[in-house]
Design a protein around this ligand. Structure first.
Ligand code: CP
Length: 320
């Protein structure tokens, strides 16, 4: 595997899940694979889980790891070609990428949506430059539009905890004070569409996800109706994807607190597990009661980020 961006990059999901469970039983099984190989993890944005779990995954595989926080200590980077660089940006991404690539074997990049241009964000302008100019395998550690390491960990978690062969999984929008990107919901719907689950998405009108990700998933605008009989509730905020009104891209259209996941919502489910990628705003997205309940999976879900990253790095090392 040279690129990890979409669910299709993993190939057969059952095989990938079996690999994940094999690694979970013995996470050091492939510790010789990464000997004298270096992973470079580049962060344009903040992170707790991705930073730590991906470093741990690389260490599990015997790799060396370099972490670069672009905005803390590196030169400020220009990303647009043709710009007269007379401002505060000292280095161009077109030099920085091949230089960084010369020090490593595999590159992970986190670069969120900027909301300046829907077109630029959805064309993955930053990540695609890394793919094009690094000459190295590149994995997405949350880009403008996707967060595949998270969705893979989510799928592993659902597989571990499911009580029926084909569980009902609900992705629900929930309120948040700030405009958040669509990367997590985009990936989650893409991965759930590929998985063997009964999948429903619920959100207020105007929050329709991009068709390239949501596909033919069942969308239910009545949140309570969507929750009925659910086995897993996956909560997440996202800003307006601008599908029906491009001028609203990245805007907060609603802060309706009736969408907060609370015990009344959970009461209509099939004693559902609660999931969220974290970090989460308590009592905006989910109440204290729900996130602290025995049915909350937020901690094992985060722990599975180490497993998903180990599988991805193992596959990339095997393809070097
Ligand atoms: N879920 C997730 O990616 O967490 P971080 O933003 O802390 O990495």
């Amino acid at each position: 595997m040279r690129i990890f961006q979409n669910v299709q990059d993993l190939g057969d999901l059952r095989t990938a899940l079996n690999e994940a469970f094999e690694i979970k039983k013995d996470r050091f099984k492939y510790q010789d694979l990464g000997r004298n190989k270096t992973a470079l993890l580049i962060f344009f944005n903040n992170s707790l889980r991705t930073r730590l779990s991906t470093q741990k995954a690389a260490l599990n595989l015997g790799m060396n790891v370099i972490v670069l926080d672009v905005n803390q200590g590196a030169w400020k980077l220009e990303t647009e070609r043709g710009v007269v660089m007379d401002g505060d940006k000292s280095e161009h991404l077109l030099e920085a990428i091949p230089v960084m690539a010369s020090y490593c074997d595999i590159i992970g990049v986190r670069s969120f949506a900027t909301f300046e241009s829907r077109k630029d964000d959805y064309e993955e302008k930053i990540l695609n430059q890394f793919i094009r100019y690094s000459g190295k395998p590149v994995f997405f550690m949350e880009s403008a539009t996707v967060h595949p390491l998270q969705s893979f960990a989510d799928l592993i978690t659902i597989e571990e905890y499911k009580r029926t062969e084909r569980p009902k999984v609900v992705l629900t929008w929930a309120p948040h004070p700030k405009a958040l990107p669509q990367a997590v919901p985009n990936s989650f719907v893409q991965w759930m569409n590929a998985a063997d689950v009964d999948f429903v998405v619920t959100h207020p009108e105007g929050y329709e996800l991009d068709p390239q990700f949501v596909g033919n998933a069942h969308v239910e605008y009545d949140q309570m109706k969507a929750f009925e009989g659910a086995d897993f509730i996956y909560a997440k905020n996202w800003s307006c994807p601008g599908v029906t009104r491009p001028e609203d891209y990245g805007k907060v259209l609603s802060k309706d607190m009736s969408w907060t996941v609370d015990t009344a919502h959970m009461a209509v489910t099939n004693n559902a597990y609660f999931m969220h990628c974290l970090p989460v705003r308590r009592n905006m997205i989910v109440t204290d009661d729900v996130i602290e309940a025995p049915t909350s999976l937020v901690i094992p879900e985060a722990a599975n980020r180490e497993i998903s990253a180990t599988v991805v790095l193992k596959r990339m090392l095997q393809a070097l």
